[in-house]
Design a protein around this ligand. Structure first.
Ligand SMILES: [Zn+2]
Length: 231
């Protein structure tokens, strides 16, 4: 909404926060923090029949819009900015009951948003659970000898939202064999081999991988073969 260039906007009630000390031309009360001009003469809000309104400072757009919608009578409050040579909006005067109703609507909105966020979080958690379950099932299909709790732990770790881990990559989401195998290899490396100790003791990453390669292969072969070995 365009700012009024002057407080005498026709068809629109405007109150002014005066820069100079002013008194009401009718009841002589003053100095006035807020006045309306009637035929060029300052009037206090009471004499202008606006004394029942309450001031809502600018800043909360939704609350302001709703307060004006709810209020049978509303007045724009402006103050002159000398530097910019124009009147600037400071807020609105509205009926107190209208402000209360507007506040309730905004609170209801906030509550609705909170409920929607909670719903979204539950939906994401359910998606994560389904994804981790599918991931674990794929691990067990490729590695039938992998203990079920290990498969679940690897899948849960790889599926963590926002982790940037393999389960969160496009390939992991599509549950490609390559992505599933990478997650299993990473887990075996850290859990079933001295890979982490080697890194901690200063062995370079590639040398550490070389030293544990056969141990990793051994575990993977064991997990791959178990399904065939049994029986
Ligand atoms: Zn007055």
């Amino acid at each position: 909404m365009a700012l009024p260039t002057t407080p005498h906007s026709p068809g629109r009630l405007v109150a002014v926060q005066p820069l100079k000390q002013k008194r009401c031309a009718a009841c002589l009360r003053g100095p006035l923090s807020l006045l309306v001009l009637e035929d060029g003469a300052p009037r206090c809000l009471v004499c202008a029949d606006l004394g029942h309104l309450v001031f809502l400072p600018r800043g909360d757009t939704a609350l302001t819009r709703r307060s004006r919608e709810e209020s049978g009578l509303s007045v724009v409050v402006v103050r002159y900015n000398r530097r910019k040579s124009r009147y600037e909006r400071q807020g609105v005067l509205v009926e107190e009951a209208a402000l209360a109703r507007a506040e309730e609507r905004c609170l209801a909105d906030a509550e609705a948003r909170r409920r929607r966020r909670a719903r979204d979080a539950r939906r994401r958690a359910a998606e994560d659970d389904r994804f981790a379950a599918a991931f674990a099932a794929e691990i067990l299909r490729l590695f039938p000898g992998c203990p079920v709790d290990r498969a679940r732990a690897i899948a849960a770790h790889a599926s963590l939202r926002g982790s940037g881990r393999v389960g969160r990559s496009a390939a992991g989401r599509a549950l490609t064999e390559g992505a599933v195998i990478s997650a299993v290899v990473a887990a075996v490396r850290h859990v079933d081999t001295p890979y982490d100790q080697l890194l901690m003791s200063g062995v370079g990453r590639f040398e550490a991988r070389r030293r544990i390669a056969s141990a990793v292969d051994g575990v993977l072969r064991g997990w791959q073969g178990a399904g065939e070995d049994v029986g």
